[in-house]
Write a protein that binds this ligand. Structure first.
Ligand SMILES: O=C(O)C(=O)C[C@]1(C(=O)O)C=C[C@@H](O)C=C1
Length: 361
């Protein structure tokens, strides 16, 4: 009896031949772009162009492929294109299998090189010294708020935020010890905090111990009797430690926002899809004038520039002196944004542009 799958598979084979041809022809064009960029010193990774490509293919898509699947494929196509143009090294907050590692792969795909770096400040240093091309760091979590080391890192650095990526965070309890006998739980402070209610319910007497990263916690738990770690399931797989419980985060839509940092700024994507991040200090103005916070936001509001985040951090220079981290919609090069920032500079001793980047992807 003839196999009914056979003729369909033959059509798939014909499509695959065509796809491979098309992919190679597309990548040859990227290699040509790479040559031009190398001779002119152009940027290899271009977030605003990638955003346009993602938007274009999504608009072309009539199914049945889902947009998410199409974008994942295009992520890998552009990752392969980057690798042909120039091998890029991406530094991420390690060790291997941290959430930042997963976010880095989501952003840059499988064809670039990655390097695990122990601290956020070492990531900044690696890029400044040219030891890595880009860095990826967690900036804020939907349950726990900002990552302080990351915000602080930008104050003293001239690196720019060139792109951002969001990753849904699903924590697992990882241990070789059964749940009833676990007396210590290791993880990064943010992850422990994101599972506070679950821990209170299931391990109310366990000691909670902060570690430099979630993957580091798995390393410790692996060799410590009675110990468990909170980390990604990926970290459990990579290090061969059993998963005791899955999805233990208190909020189901627990999401972390990551920044990609590099030496040169990204160009605009337009259409209200850019975000600009700034750090502002009001200096003595704050002490002298109770309306100064409002005054700081007015230059944006008056020009219809949308404010999506304001976060304050102690300046560490004087007690009760604050730095404000502000996200606004638009690119630094937009005329209205330029005007607003110029106005801010008239009365703020510090207005530092951290970067402008596409809001999605
Ligand atoms: O258009 C470019 O500048 C390219 O390098 C090509 C390409 C692509 O494959 O489409 C690859 C990498 C960049 O990040 C953006 C786009």
């Amino acid at each position: 009896m003839s196999d009914p799958l056979q003729p369909i598979r033959e059509q798939i084979d014909a499509h695959d031949r065509h796809l491979v041809e098309l992919l190679n022809s597309r990548l040859a064009l990227a290699a040509e772009i790479g040559k031009l960029k190398r001779s002119t010193g152009g940027q290899i990774y271009v977030p605003e162009r990638e955003d346009a490509v993602f938007r274009k293919v999504t608009a072309l898509n009539q199914g049945p492929i889902k947009n998410e699947a199409l974008q994942a494929i295009y992520r890998e196509i552009m990752s392969a294109a980057i690798a042909l143009e120039k091998p890029l090294l991406i530094a991420y907050l390690g060790p291997e299998a941290t959430y930042t590692h997963a976010a880095a792969i989501k952003k840059f795909g499988a064809s670039v090189d990655y390097s695990a770096i122990a601290t956020i400040s070492d990531i900044f240093t690696a890029i400044e010294k040219g030891e890595a091309d880009y860095g990826i760091i967690p900036i804020e979590n939907s349950t726990e708020g900002s990552v302080r080391e990351a915000l602080d890192g930008f104050v003293d650095s001239d690196l720019k935020v060139v792109a951002q990526v969001y990753l849904e965070i699903n924590h697992a309890l990882i241990s070789s010890t059964p749940l009833a006998q676990i007396d210590k739980v290791y993880s990064k402070d943010q992850a422990l905090a994101q599972c506070r209610a679950w821990l209170q319910r299931h391990l109310p007497h366990a000691q909670l111990i902060d570690t430099a990263s979630t993957a580091k916690a798995v390393q410790i738990a692996k060799d410590t009797p009675g110990a468990a770690a909170i980390a990604a399931e990926l970290a459990a797989q990579v290090q061969g430690v059993p998963v005791v419980a899955k999805n233990i985060q208190d909020q189901n839509d627990n999401t972390t926002r990551f920044f990609v940092v590099g030496k040169r700024p990204s160009g605009p994507v337009g259409g209200g899809r850019d975000i600009t991040s700034l750090v502002v200090s009001l200096g003595d103005e704050a002490a002298a004038n109770s309306g100064s916070l409002l005054k700081m936001l007015m230059p944006f509001g008056q020009r219809g520039i949308n404010l999506s985040k304001v976060e304050s951090r102690p300046s560490k220079k004087r007690p009760w002196d604050y730095l404000f981290f502000i996200d606004v919609t638009g690119h630094y090069e937009d005329p209205a944004m330029k005007e607003a920032i110029a106005e801010l500079r008239k009365f703020c001793p510090l207005v530092k542009w951290l970067g402008s980047y596409p809001s999605v992807q």
